[in-house]
Design a protein around this ligand. Sequence first.
Ligand code: GAP
Length: 454
Amino acid sequence: MYPSSEIYGGLGGIYDYGHLGTLLKHNFENLWRSYFLSLSENFYEIESSLIMPENVFKASGHLENFIDPIVKCSKCGHIERADHLVERTTKTRVAELTPGELTLEIKKHNLVCPLCKSAFEPVTVFNMMFPVQIGVGKQTRAFLRPETAQGPYVNFKTQYELQRKKLPLGLALIGRAYRNEISPRHFTLRQREFTQAELQIFFDPDTIAEHPRFEEIKNIKIRVLLLEDRKDDTVKERTAQELTKLLPKYYIYHLVKIQEFYLEHLKIPPEKFRLYQLSDKEKAFYNKYHFDVEVELNELGFTEVGGLHYRTDHDLAGHQKISGESMEIVHEEKKLTPHVLELSFGVDRNVYALIDNNYENDTQRGNIVLHLPPKLAPLPAAVFPLVKNKPELVEKTKEVYTALKKALPLTFYDDQGSVGRRYARIDEIGIPIAVTVDFDTLNDNAVTLRDRET
Ligand code: GAP
């Protein structure tokens, strides 16, 4: 991963992925897709446009509410994100503070412009969407979508009819989102163009208190950091059943499924995973219940990589109002506007977290090892001849390589340098298995399998 258009100096917060990075990203997306789409037989994947008309964002509330607080230097005009500026100094979360309160915090801590040391003007707000002008002459104003979610919402009525009018209906979408972040930072963690993987589940709001499979998960312990535990800043595991005092079962079921994805499929160590409850002031403007999915990163600590959002009928009701199209359906002889539970993930943040969590400078081996789970490894296996200057050995190795490629097309062949150097090279890019062909192979047709972990 590296800055995009680097030969022109790049653009802040915009990155490209090379071959291995792209493969890792796709492997994450494929794992995400197969796991979350298989949660129900009525979940599907769709694709929708990146450019959407202004009215979509009037309906969703993004025109009015998708704003960040900013401060401008009174002398040189330098702009900073106000909440980040305060957080850097006070080391506390200030997402709840209003622009007025942030102005007071900046005064209280005597924060000045980092460039020219002058005072800041009062905090104001800034809309993060990228406008797009479409056509020539009389132009239509549109926006690059700031989240993939609006695609499934504007497609809801059509998809509901195509998919035989059943609830719950899940519409998943993996694709780009665009935000004019004021201070993009931490590499691919806060970008201006990034990839999201989001699943929108449309359901009958009268059924939120239950989930047909709740019994199966009721005793599972969930790693939550609830508002009431904030003061201790420690995760207190609670069973799904215990959480029913606080949250509806339909919501809890999906907290469990998200945790299962991280612990069992992405293999994030449990102590590095938590579900962080947000307060009323911290929640996104469209949410009734909101937990962030967080993974602990080296140097940065717990970092948001996703979220479970109960968006109620906020979006469908908004689209009904602005478009004039009814979003009501008749479900089990009842007229209703479905509610939405959104499972939202940042693909780039998850890829970053996977690299961060699996990267080890192994002093015993004397090389870097990327301990990625095999399903995520960019390349699945490597094949080496013990030495490359023996034609019969190379020929046999190519035979093994060709056979293995039939099952694992991206198998990697290498005969450069010593075998030790080759092992080090594949450790570094996360290849889990190496197959070495040696002189015995010529006699017994057996190869040496090297498992990276053992
Ligand atoms: N549809 C809901 C939604 O967009 P969000 O919390 O704003 O919710 C979802 O974004 C996820 O997208 C975040 O949890 C994060 O992983 C990722 N994300 C958000 N902004 C990002 C950015 N500027 N750069 C990279 N990833 C970002």
